[in-house]
Design a protein around this ligand. Structure first.
Ligand code: ATP
Length: 355
């Protein structure tokens, strides 16, 4: 287990990582996710020993590694920029860490290339410069694995690849994590990657961990408005709390027709002032048929494969919101731009959150 206690990094007066505590279990696929500049790379580089913390400790299986040199700790970093040796072949690139340890690379390179889904017969003797971006990324991954690390650190390694390739490599990385039983710590600002691959997410902003949990937990029970919005595809409505009954709060808003009871996470002990409802948990119908809803005007309908994004304007506040509905349902209801309708949702799909 990797354990950070009060881990801190200051750059002059800027606090890039602010006394964070976290534990990552052996074999876990943990993702540090947050907006640009929030301190993700700084955290990763401290874990890898490439950056000295300003305070706090890092322990691996009970051993203090806070100030251990990178080459002395069982971590290996895959860079976004791949950092392959361009004049070397694929084989030479992957062999490098093995030979640097004074070991014989015989057979190991082929095994590593197969693990990253590159056929050694086709690719081993190619120069790094002869490869596509996706192939370079696979070689970079094989070379990082050649260090035989306990923890693989990945810094936005897929950022520059096209969307389809990114999706494929995301699935492959998740499979590789299962196959190898190695701890993966992945850094990204892309929520989509984080949701697909991870066992556990750490959402960070301004150097602090705002929430940790499974992707499902954070998606379904964000701790605050920032996380809800960062997780994407959500309508966030301002609300007032009229009363509270255990884990249920009674909320109202000028736009909702009355108030309704909603489940309330006992983890949040701050009064909620926003209600989050995911786009695909919202529907637009001519009349109110669900627990909560607001009168709206349809502004636009965008077809998005099997689903349609119905953009609406709240008649009360003028704010725009979105419902993602099956295209067939939109046709069935005969929804069209300019129609008066009701944006609505079931009570158990609404998540009350504080600012
Ligand atoms: P991105 O997603 O854009 O890569 P990030 O979340 O990885 O961002 P970091 O690179 O960890 O963010 O940077 C965190 C903060 O520390 C930023 O405000 C950044 O400007 C600052 N920072 C990073 N490296 C240095 C440095 N060497 N000197 C001074 N400030 C730095």
């Amino acid at each position: 287990m990797l354990k950070a206690t009060n881990l801190r990094k200051e750059y002059g007066s800027l606090v890039a990582v602010n006394d964070v505590d976290f534990e990552i279990e052996t074999g876990e696929f943990a993702t540090i996710v947050g907006p640009s500049g929030c301190g993700k790379t700084t955290m990763l580089r401290m874990i890898g020993g490439h950056l000295e913390p300003s305070g706090g400790t890092l322990e691996l299986d009970g051993r203090d590694i806070t100030y251990t040199e990178p080459q002395e700790r069982p971590t290996s970093l895959v860079f976004q920029s791949w950092a392959l040796f361009p004049h070397m072949t694929v084989r030479e690139n992957v062999e490098f860490p093995i030979e640097a340890r004074g070991e014989n690379a015989n057979g190991r390179v082929d095994e590593l290339l197969e693990q990253v889904r590159l056929d050694p017969d086709v690719y081993a003797d190619k120069k790094a410069t002869e490869l596509s971006g996706g192939q370079k990324q696979r070689v970079a991954l094989a070379r990082s694995l050649a260090y035989d690390p306990d923890i693989l650190l990945l810094d936005e390694p897929l950022a520059s690849l096209d969307y389809v390739l990114q999706k494929r490599l995301q699935r492959e990385l998740a499979d590789l994590n299962d196959e190898l039983g190695m701890t993966f710590i992945y850094v990204t600002h892309s929520l989509e990657s984080a949701l697909i691959m991870s066992d556990r997410l750490f959402v960070i902003d301004e150097g602090e961990i705002l929430q940790e949990g499974s992707p499902e937990e954070i998606y379904r029970q964000p701790n605050n408005k920032f996380i809800a919005e960062f997780m994407g595809d959500a309508n966030v409505f301002p609300i007032s709390v009229e009363g509270r009954d255990g884990e249920t709060v009674h909320v109202s808003s000028p736009s909702f027709e009355g108030s309704a009871n909603v489940p309330y996470s006992s983890k949040v002990d701050v009064e909620p002032d926003h209600l989050v409802v995911r786009h695909d948990d919202c529907i637009v119908e001519p009349e109110l048929t669900r627990a909560m809803g607001m009168p709206v005007t349809i502004v636009n309908i965008l077809n998005h494969g099997n689903t349609a994004l119905v953009e609406i304007e709240d008649d009360e506040s003028g704010e725009e919101y979105v419902a993602e509905m099956p295209v067939d349902r939109v046709h069935e209801l005969g929804l069209a731009q300019g129609d008066d309708a009701v944006l609505q949702w079931e009570a158990n799909k609404a998540i009350p959150v504080p600012e």
